[in-house]
Design a protein around this ligand. Structure first.
Ligand code: SF4
Ligand code: SF4
Length: 298
């Protein structure tokens, strides 16, 4: 038995925690596990990926690299499907399962890949209902565990507790997360996962010394932030009420993307590049900024 699970999401969505919940729950069931994330720039909203490997035979756990041929994929944000750089379905095994957190119908996926099993749920809706905020990690980790078909709820519950306590989440929020995780666990059903191709471990590579211009990151295309349209990263869309706004300019100063501009009418958000972090909402002193779920505004 070998499960190669790959999680795709955005910074701030709890992808690493979801992969750890799966790994921890499998470990509590007595399996051998590895879990690890890979970040690019540590930027809220930026695509990230995390991996969990589960086996009952430790000799198959020799490969410690990225999972290129998963039999289970979990996607926390449906906008990643249209991102050619992320390409979240890459390498998915025939008859493998993909879970997508979405409020939309995405039948086109199974038209393009009729050899895969697609499972969807609107985790944002469920987390708002059961936790009162958008915490995806517990729901996603729980769904991943159920889709493996080898992990019981009791291990998921213990795994959720351990992971959340480790990052300082306790009391009522912890209890709400456990309820949310249980609801998610009960909403999906596993189906047999194909055996992933075993990738032979690579030989140890000695990395030679290279001069600084090659080894130190360098910004080569200055001023190109606008080209990367981060507007499709949004889950929530901030909306300014100009009647309440006192033109203090704090939203302009605090916006990490620099997409709030002050013009003669007052502050204006450039939605093509607003990633929906809601820092402006938190910082506005007169609560002139509200927000709606993106799906409600389109
Ligand atoms: S922070 Fe609030 S009050 Fe100040 S300019 Fe922005 S929207 Fe207006
Ligand atoms: S406008 Fe607000 S929500 Fe959008 S990126 Fe700036 S601070 Fe974040």
């Amino acid at each position: 038995m070998l499960i190669y699970a790959r999680f795709h999401g955005r910074g701030g969505q709890g992808i690493k925690t979801a992969s750890r919940i799966l790994g921890n729950a499998a470990h509590l069931e007595g399996y051998f596990t590895q879990d690890f994330p890979v970040y690019g720039a540590e930027r809220r909203g930026a695509p990230i990926v995390a991996f969990t490997k589960i086996t009952d035979e430790p000799s198959t756990m020799f490969d410690r690299g990225y999972i290129l041929n998963p039999n289970l994929i979990l996607i926390a944000d449906d906008s990643l499907l249209d991102d050619p750089i992320v390409n979240p379905l890459a390498g998915l095994q025939s008859n493998g399962t993909v879970f997508i957190n979405t409020s939309k119908s995405i039948d086109r996926l199974t038209r393009d890949r009729c050899d895969i099993r697609l499972v969807t749920e609107d985790l944002i809706d469920l987390s708002l209902k059961y936790v009162g905020r958008t915490i995806l990690s517990t729901g996603l980790g729980s769904i991943a565990a159920k889709l493996t078909g080898i992990i019981r709820w009791s291990s998921v519950e213990e795994g959720v507790k351990e992971e959340l306590l480790e990052i300082g989440i306790k009391g009522e929020i912890l209890e709400k997360n456990i309820i949310f995780a249980k609801v998610c666990f009960e909403r999906v059903y596993p189906s047999p996962l194909p055996i992933p191709k075993i990738v032979k471990s690579s030989k140890i590579v000695t990395i030679s010394w290279l001069p600084p211009p090659i080894t130190i990151p360098e910004v080569r295309n200055i001023g190109n932030t606008e080209i990367r349209k981060t507007g499709n990263w949004r889950i929530f869309k901030p909306i300014i009420n100009l009647e309440k706004c006192n033109r203090c300019g704090l939203c302009v100063v605090y916006c990490p993307e620099g997409v709030v501009v002050m013009n003669s009418e007052g502050p204006e958000i450039k939605y093509d590049n607003c990633k929906g972090c809601l820092i402006c909402f938190n910082e506005c002193p007169v609560k002139a900024i509200g927000y709606l779920r993106e799906v409600e505004t389109s």
